[in-house]
Design a binder for this molecule. Structure first.
Ligand SMILES: Cc1cc2nc3c(=O)[nH]c(=O)nc-3n(C[C@H](O)[C@H](O)[C@H](O)COP(=O)(O)OP(=O)(O)OC[C@H]3O[C@@H](n4cnc5c(N)ncnc54)[C@H](O)[C@@H]3O)c2cc1C
Ligand code: FES
Length: 351
């Protein structure tokens, strides 16, 4: 840890910057090793394909990577055919683990998930952002904890579960996971081992029999898993999150798929000017990201739901409404997340 902090300090020092200018120190160090940079990067050191529709990557972070807290996500950047693409992933590893573990479910037609599913190999270098997110375990830890996950939503709750066990949590833990079939259930072997040490592990399969739970989450499943938990964490498709919240209104939740936005009834009809590319278009009511893409531009984007900040662009002037908060901002020269911003009149963007 001390060596990492020292390396970070030295690499970022003004003297090193001066000596290595104009390109900066990274240009030279990455020739020796692509993760010797002041940018947060990680090297894939192991690739496991333990289910037919997911890939698990073990990443060795460089000194610039900030450790995550259980439940948080990181923006992962990968180069595909010469273009960099960013998506959010929640590490499944415990807080403080030496290696970062990501489990990525492959989506039909999905760009990054399929690329990693098919091509991830040891030695591959990936970019990582600082961890973020409020899907977190509280301190002090609750005593009776229920985790519920569906599909690849298992990752942040797996991190929480591993963290609690590593801390020697001595309360009760129940873990309910829904997958299509037993073969597609991630971490089945590890969860079975945890069950032997006292964690109550229950599986429900939506496309095959054989789980301890039949059908979808409801009161019945809740009663079997844990009556009156102190804290409930759920991550999965919106339908699962809604079902859990129906019975556990205080459950902390996360979903990997965007909730459909409520778009304005009538578009503002204002002029959108993409200043850098000298393109103008008339507002059709959709988020600026969609309208930029419809105009033939290819702005960087990640989550498309206001989480990752990859799409943030400078708004030179004009008013926009943030679809997730409802806030209208009118300031000139401000940064906006264009995936969740709709124009309220004329808008001029750096794009
Ligand atoms: C906070 C957060 C944490 C996350 N953590 C994880 C995690 O730990 N593990 C994980 O697996 N995922 C996680 N995700 C989801 C992840 O960020 C990506 O959304 C997911 O991997 C899909 O990315 P992609 O590039 O493969 O799909 P994209 O190319 O971005 O496509 C998005 C969706 O559109 C569909 N699609 C794409 N092209 C087409 C097309 N031509 N026709 C029809 N449909 C199409 C795809 O099926 C996909 O579902 C997380 C998301 C968030 C917001
Ligand atoms: S694409 Fe993630 S915040 Fe806009």
């Amino acid at each position: 840890m001390f060596t990492q902090t020292l390396t970070k300090k030295v690499l970022r020092s003004p003297l090193v910057d001066l000596l290595t200018g104009p390109h900066g120190v990274d240009r030279y160090t990455e020739l020796v090793d692509p993760i010797w940079t002041t940018d947060a990067r990680a090297r894939v050191v192991d690739v496991r394909r333990s289910t037919p529709r997911s890939v698990t990557l073990l990443l060795e972070p460089n000194a610039a990577v900030v450790s995550h807290r259980a439940g948080q996500h990181v923006n992962l950047t990968v180069e595909i055919d010469g273009r960099r693409h960013t998506r959010c992933y929640s590490p499944a590893s415990a807080e403080g683990a030496a290696l970062i573990e990501l489990t990525i479910g492959s989506h039909d037609g999905g760009l990054v998930s399929n690329h990693l599913y098919r091509h991830a190999r040891p030695g591959m270098v990936l970019g990582l952002s600082e961890p973020a997110g409020e899907f977190l375990l509280p301190a002090p830890r609750p005593r009776r904890v229920l985790f519920v996950s569906g599909g690849s939503g298992i990752t942040p709750v797996m991190s929480m579960l591993r963290t609690l066990l590593a801390e020697g949590h001595d309360g009760e833990i129940a873990f309910v996971h829904y997958a299509r079939t037993p073969a597609e259930a991630c971490y089945r072997t590890e969860l079975a081992e945890m069950a032997a040490t006292g964690v109550r592990v229950l599986h429900g399969y939506t496309r095959s029999p054989g789980g301890e739970l039949d059908g979808r989450f409801g009161l019945e499943h809740l009663k079997i898993a844990m009556a009156e938990p102190d804290a409930v964490y759920v991550c999965g498709p919106p339908a699962l999150v809604d079902a859990v919240r129906d019975h556990c209104p205080n459950a902390l939740s996360e979903s990997f798929v965007p909730v459909p936005f409520v778009l304005p009834d009538t578009p503002s009809g204002g002029r959108i000017t993409f200043r850098d590319s000298a393109i103008e278009t008339t507002d059709d009511g959709r988020p600026l990201l969609d309208q930029a893409e419809a105009a033939g531009l290819t702005p960087t984007s990640g989550c498309r739901m206001g989480i990752c900040h990859t799409c943030t662009r400078r708004k030179h002037r004009g008013a926009v409404r943030n679809l997730t908060t409802g806030t209208v901002s009118t300031a000139d020269e401000e940064d906006v997340q264009i995936c969740v911003s709709v124009p309220v009149g004329d808008v001029e963007l750096a794009l």
